[in-house]
Design a binder for this molecule. Structure first.
Ligand SMILES: Nc1ncnc2c1ncn2[C@@H]1O[C@H](COP(=O)(O)OP(=O)(O)O)[C@@H](O)[C@H]1O
Ligand SMILES: O=P(O)(O)OC[C@H](O)CO
Length: 510
């Protein structure tokens, strides 16, 4: 009997469910965008119930497509989950209802809490040794602080032992496995490593971090590996997949690392979605960056297997800037139109766009920066702006790659890429030009979902080993390779201009 594995990919802007067969071919998928709620400047929320609804619809629509190809639910052996990381949910375990909208990773309402912590502990990197992360609005713990301090229902639910906290993976697993009828309150080690509350070495919640950040440990989920059975689907809302085991779970950027088969130390991938995230596998070594990178968990394939780590360069705004041009500025009608516009001009006309909408993450960690467009003249048109927008992501990725090279003093020779923005050939060509190395895009750019599916399939022995998976994928994977078409002199000149633009974005917020 054919074996299928499903993956829920719950991203920042959309939810997907994808089904792969045992040859790792994509059999069916369904995707839905959902609302970004912006109650105030700098705030972004998601409705956790809406997220659940999109998951349910995506599963149901994909399974219809599987059925039309002759498959039945018996073919579906397991499900993996991969998700936007850090986004913070709190809910009531008795009613099963969220106590507030989820606070999204991009949200900056916790800035004052972060400022106070930096002042109290002396510097932004005070906890990096324990959790691998700087004090920043990006991570879950200070979002949770904000909820505890500002939403009375959350405080009361904690006092009455009804409050559960989790990132999106936890919220989904709890609901899928029964919700308030006995759902399992768990997370995986990659997601836990994004909260600031986990000790990287022990891969357990850190008492010191929880105490320093004032987080009650009783509301935290149990930390599991990225590949084990977290429970079977029991919630009747998900009746299309009842009793199917959930057997894989990874944060989306770690899932992409897995989906790109970056299992060896030194291998690097870059995913271009709402943000852009470059991860380098560092094996079982915890490396502390001196160039603004984060240390994070890459994966742990089973509770008895070692934890693998990664260095990460996180860029907050990549595809998000394209969506901003589409939704807020209405310069384009759809994301793909950015390519059409950008291709109409040979360069950006010396225009530089620094999309520091949420400050700048890696390598600067400047919360005082805000977005700017510089170099405008009366010659500038929307096509230049479109090109500057694509270039902005590539320049940011270039800075992250340089930080990785400087940290390890090892030159990165090629870059594997994936994610929504990599559909743009022009963007990938600009990236290769700026980096001066080959940019390699697999024909299957849904590597995030693939990574979650691989983990879920390993969890129930659809595949026995990583070697078997590598062999299967290597048999039918195809790649497009983008090589630089500009020389080092031009690359340097453009980078100097970019750096000048970045500096101009600093110090906007007092
Ligand atoms: N053809 C395209 N050219 C450039 N960018 C694109 C294209 N299609 C989609 N995108 C961008 O890709 C992003 C979505 O990628 P995805 O990997 O689905 O992100 P996420 O997981 O963050 O929701 C959007 O921000 C969109 O702007
Ligand atoms: O939704 P994405 O793909 O932009 O990923 C978001 C990241 O997980 C945030 O850390």
């Amino acid at each position: 009997m054919s074996q299928l594995v499903g993956a829920i990919d719950q991203g920042t802007t959309s939810t997907r469910f994808l089904v792969f067969n045992e040859k790792l071919n994509l059999i069916a998928s369904h995707q839905m965008e959902f609302e970004q709620i912006n109650p105030k400047e700098g705030w972004t929320e998601h409705d956790p119930l809406k997220i659940l609804e999109t998951v349910q619809i995506c599963i149901s629509e994909s399974l219809k497509k599987c059925k039309s190809q002759g498959y039945t639910i018996e073919n579906l052996k397991s499900i993996g989950i991969t998700n936007q990381r850090e986004t913070t949910c709190v809910w009531d375990k008795i009613t099963g209802k969220p106590l507030h909208n989820a606070i999204v990773w991009l949200d900056m309402r916790n800035q004052q809490i972060c400022n106070d912590l930096i002042q109290k502990f002396g510097n932004q990197d005070h906890f990096k040794e324990i959790c691998g992360l700087p004090i920043s609005t990006y991570f879950s713990a200070t979002k949770l602080n904000w909820l505890i301090q500002n939403v009375p229902e959350v405080k009361t639910a904690i006092d009455e032992e009804r409050c559960l906290f989790g990132t999106i993976d936890s919220w989904l697993i709890w609901n899928l496995t029964g919700g308030n009828q006995g759902g399992n309150h768990v997370t995986d080690v990659t997601n836990a490593s994004r909260t600031m509350l986990m000790d990287l070495k022990s891969a357990k919640w850190s008492e010191k971090m929880c105490e320093s950040l004032n987080i009650p440990m009783k509301i935290l989920p149990k930390i599991c590996s990225s590949c084990e059975i977290y429970g079977n689907v029991k919630n009747p809302i998900f009746n299309d997949i009842l009793n199917v085991p959930i057997a894989g779970c990874l944060g989306d950027q770690q899932a992409a690392l897995v989906g790109q088969l970056c299992f060896s130390s030194g291998q690097v991938k870059n995913t271009y979605g709402t943000g852009c995230f470059m991860l380098k596998n560092t094996g079982t070594n915890i490396i502390n960056s001196t160039h603004g990178l984060l240390t994070t968990v890459a994966y742990q394939f089973g509770p008895d297997n070692p934890v693998f780590y990664a260095l990460e360069g996180s860029v907050a705004v990549a595809g998000h800037a394209i969506q901003w041009l589409r939704d807020k500025i209405q310069m384009i009608d759809s994301a793909p139109q950015i390519d059409e516009f950008a291709a109409k001009v040979k360069d950006s006309g010396d225009v530089y766009f620094v999309p520091a909408f949420s400050g700048l993450f890696c390598p600067y960690w400047r919360s005082d920066a805000r977005g700017i467009i510089v170099g405008l003249t009366s010659f500038t048109n929307k096509y230049h702006l479109a090109r500057a927008c694509l270039e902005s992501t590539c320049f940011q990725a270039m800075e992250v790659l340089k930080a990785m090279e400087e940290d390890s003093e090892i030159k990165i020779k090629e870059l594997r890429v994936d994610g929504g923005m990599t559909k743009s050939d022009l963007c990938m060509q600009i990236q290769a030009d700026l980096l001066g190395i080959n940019v390699i895009r697999p024909s299957q750019i849904e590597t995030t979902a693939l990574g979650a599916a691989l983990s879920a399939g390993l969890g129930v022995k659809v595949w026995d080993s990583l070697d078997q998976i590598k062999q299967i994928l290597n048999e039918h994977s195809e790649f497009t390779i983008f090589s630089s078409k500009i020389d080092e002199k031009e690359r340097k000149q453009r980078f100097i201009k970019w750096k000048k633009a970045v500096e101009k974005s600093f110090n906007w917020i007092d």
